[in-house]
Design a protein around this ligand. Structure first.
Ligand code: NAP
Length: 317
């Protein structure tokens, strides 16, 4: 299959590129060439900045593809421009969404039919993703182009710092745990977080690419959500340290720790809500079958943090 990946050199996009290249697909990645990563053999790189009008169209030239995967659809106008630029060169458009568009949840586990309300002002971030989804529906409808939107929950696994318990991806919070300082968890620690392992999520993209006839909208993740307290326990286990945890109201964490730069209001308020989704539709329709549990994905992430020197035992700085 000939696949165009917009993004494709970091974390989830990189994992998708690897999967496709390994099985012999013809892959072209489009990006600005800033992210340092040696592409797998046979993968073509095309340089373009999708924020610059006309850049993608010029860079892709007269190439044609069976499908395109857009990893960085962060605003409605940008998603629309990308589709307008390539719709006549592709047979299937796959966009990476986010289950964040459904938050705050009214019921759990939430499914693809959960309402998407304008997010509360203090969160901001996901209205760009919701607008990208909407733009994709409209533009693909106009161009009669099959559209698949895959929405990961919080992505974890080798390749990036995991979501921390204050809703960011700050390595210092993991280092503090390793140093024996308490993990300060929002509210009573019974909030739910659902991680999708980057390796499973990449499989979901490949399954979607292989089945354009199953075009649709799918939430993708691991099988179950875990509590924040259990997340702290799993982190401590994986680090080989004694669990030391403290619960505190989210707003108190913000006011006490905002000055440290390790907590953002938006991240904290997002993390403090339940994140819990069913992946039944992806399992039923696409045959998605995640291999990694939250437990082993968290262990793999912590190993990656050690291996990369992101956290270190006995660090003094
Ligand atoms: N992280 C999570 O927990 C989470 C959860 C749910 C959904 N998501 C979704 O996952 C997606 C992120 O995917 P990812 O893991 O592949 O990581 P990413 O860090 O967003 O990947 C960025 C990729 O896009 C390229 N890029 C960035 N800006 C560009 C531009 N203006 N023009 C062209 N290329 C550009 C980068 O390469 P260059 O720097 O070389 O340009 C790189 O290849 C997003 O859609 C996000 O909403 C993430």
């Amino acid at each position: 299959m000939r696949v165009l990946i917009i993004g494709g050199t970091r974390f989830l996009g990189r994992e998708i590129t690897i999967r496709l290249a390994e099985r012999g697909d013809e892959v072209t990645v489009v990006n600005r060439g800033r992210t340092q990563w040696e592409l797998p053999d046979g993968v073509e790189r095309v340089i373009a900045d999708i924020d610059e009008q006309g850049s993608l169209c010029a860079a892709v030239g007269d190439r044609a593809f069976d499908a395109a995967v857009h990893m960085i659809a962060m605003s409605g106008p940008r998603a629309a421009e990308v589709i307008d630029a390539i719709h006549d060169r592709i047979g299937h458009y796959v966009q990476c969404g986010s289950t964040g568009v459904f938050m705050p949840l009214r019921y759990v586990p939430a499914d693809e039919d959960h309402p998407v309300d304008p997010p509360p002002n203090e969160w901001g971030g996901f209205n760009g993703k919701a607008a990208s989804d909407q733009a994709a529906r409209e533009r693909c409808g106009e161009h009669s182009l099959p559209l698949t939107i895959l929405r990961p929950t919080a992505i974890i696994g080798p390749g990036d710092v995991p979501l921390d318990y204050w809703g960011g991806r700050d390595p210092r919070l993991f280092q503090r745990m390793l140093d024996g300082e308490p993990a300060i968890i929002p509210e009573c620690g019974e909030g739910l977080i659902q991680f999708g392992d980057v390796r499973d999520l990449a499989d979901a993209f490949v399954l979607a690419l292989d089945q354009p006839e199953k075009a649709g909208e799918y939430n993708i993740s691991s099988r179950y959500a875990i509590t924040h307290n259990y997340y702290a326990e799993l982190l401590a286990d994986a680090m080989g340290v004694e669990l030391c945890v403290e619960q505190m109201p989210a707003e108190e964490i913000i006011s006490r720790y905002e000055d440290t730069g390790m907590v953002s209001r938006r991240g904290m308020r997002f993390f403090a809500r339940h994140m819990c989704f069913t992946i039944d539709r992806a399992r039923r329709e696409l045959g998605y079958d995640p291999r990694h549990t939250a437990e082993d994905a968290i262990a793999a992430s912590v190993r990656w943090l050690f291996d990369q020197g992101v956290i270190e035992r006995g660090r003094t700085d």
